[in-house]
Ligand binder design. Structure first.
Ligand code: AMP
Length: 397
């Protein structure tokens, strides 16, 4: 039988992540990143059969040039004929999209309308969709939404205590993100715990450069830490997460910042980067914290304390907790962050298995708590696989 490969695209404003997933074996056969798009030195980096390569693009090249370069590569590597669908990660699906869809003219125009809810993300996703449809005109394209998994949240979880009109007329509510990751974690946790998904209650902590935590009851999202945008909630690499909303007005009125500067600070200069003054990379912050760098120590403390408080609060909608799951670059790799958080959750009976915690690194799945403790797991996430499988399911329909 002919191999069926799904081309998965995840477009940011100046970057583009891509991979080719084998729909039968679920293996990633080709992957890479178009980076620094629009700059003087744009590149496409890719990995194929264990070897890494870099291609320099002409200065100022944008997404279309990167997609065309990748398409040429697929042809050179004799992979193009096996590509059967294209799956796009789309950040914001609003309330319109509760599951993945095949993209047509109407869907594209709905995505364009949703750009006002995610001005930093959706326009880049749309550019990726248009570039891919020019490069692969015969293939179906599927949009997989970061928000869709959270559309099961009840009104008490998604409603801000603001005047009702802001929700009814303008869609201002909590949507949540990282849905493909939290969905994948739900499916994997059900396998690990040997429970049916519809009887599974977990808290999923996706801790990467962006970070969010989700309460999942009977396999469905019932609360999540990100809101109208991915800025709300946990401390992240460069995002501040929860703050007093009046801080923004204070900075503008009293300190002379412009609106754009405030936005830039909250989104790009805060979080681990802002607290440490050094880096948004948790590894760098941890290393310096261990060498008694005060600001890095505080950064780790603020990060872990906020996370532990969220996890504790998500026991409220769950009632019964089958497992706490760590995932994402930090959740999968940082034994320090996991140990700190588990320690703060002692009141629930959590007790770390130190050796198991040290062993669960570098993409390994495992339980990191002792026998009589509530269960905490590390499960490597795989958002590309969720996108690829959704794409295959939709084209088979
Ligand atoms: P992601 O956005 O899921 O790719 O996660 C990226 C982040 O994971 C990086 O910015 C690092 O902060 C973090 N990370 C990766 N490896 C480690 C590690 N060994 N220890 C701590 N943090 C790590």
């Amino acid at each position: 039988m002919k191999e069926s490969l799904v081309f998965v695209l995840n477009c940011g404003s100046s970057s583009l992540k891509f991979s080719l997933i084998d729909s039968q074996s679920h293996a990633e056969v080709f992957s890479g990143l178009g980076d620094s798009l629009g700059s003087d030195t744009p590149i496409v980096k890719y990995k194929y059969q264990g070897t890494k390569h870099t291609i320099d693009l002409p200065a100022q090249s944008m997404h279309q040039k990167a997609v065309d370069t990748i398409v040429d590569l697929l042809a050179t590597l004799s992979l193009s004929d096996n590509v059967t669908a294209i799956g796009h990660r789309v950040v914001h699906g609003g309330e319109l999209f509760t599951q993945s869809v095949v993209i047509n003219e109407q869907v594209l125009s709905q995505l364009e309308q949703l750009s006002k809810l995610a001005p930093l993300h959706n326009p880049a996703n749309i550019i990726g969709i248009k570039a891919a449809s020019i490069a692969f005109p015969a293939l179906k394209q599927i949009a997989v939404f970061d928000t869709a998994f959270h559309q099961t949240m009840p009104p008490k979880a998604f409603t801000y205590a603001l005047p009702r009109d802001l929700y009814v007329e303008h869609g201002i509510r909590r949507y949540g993100f990282h849905g493909t990751s939290h969905l994948y974690i739900t499916q994997q946790a059900a396998k690990v715990l040997n429970k049916p998904i519809d009887d599974l209650n977990i808290i999923s902590a996706h801790l990467g450069n962006g970070a969010s935590v989700t309460a999942i009851r009977n396999g469905k999202s019932v609360d999540t830490s990100m809101g109208l945008t991915p800025l709300e909630g946990l401390v992240m690499g460069t995002r501040c997460g929860d703050i007093d909303p009046a801080i923004s007005q204070y900075m503008i009125d009293q300190l002379g910042y412009t609106n754009d500067e405030v936005n830039d600070i909250f989104n790009k200069k805060s979080g681990l980067l802002g607290l440490s003054g050094l880096s948004n990379d948790c590894r760098v912050v941890e290393e310096h914290a261990m060498r008694d760098h005060d600001h890095c120590q505080l950064a780790v403390e603020v990060f872990c304390y906020r996370l532990a408080k969220y996890i504790a609060s998500y026991t409220v909608p769950l009632g019964r907790l089958d497992a706490l799951v760590f995932t994402g670059g930090i959740g999968e790799n940082s034994d320090i962050i996991r140990a700190n958080v588990i320690h703060q959750l002692k009141i629930f009976g959590f007790e770390l298995d130190r050796q198991a915690n040290l062993d669960a690194r570098f993409g390994k799945e495992g339980k990191i708590t002792v026998k009589d403790s509530p269960i905490a797991l590390v499960i490597p996430t795989n958002e590309e696989l969720v996108i690829a499988l959704d794409a295959i399911a939709l084209i088979e329909e």
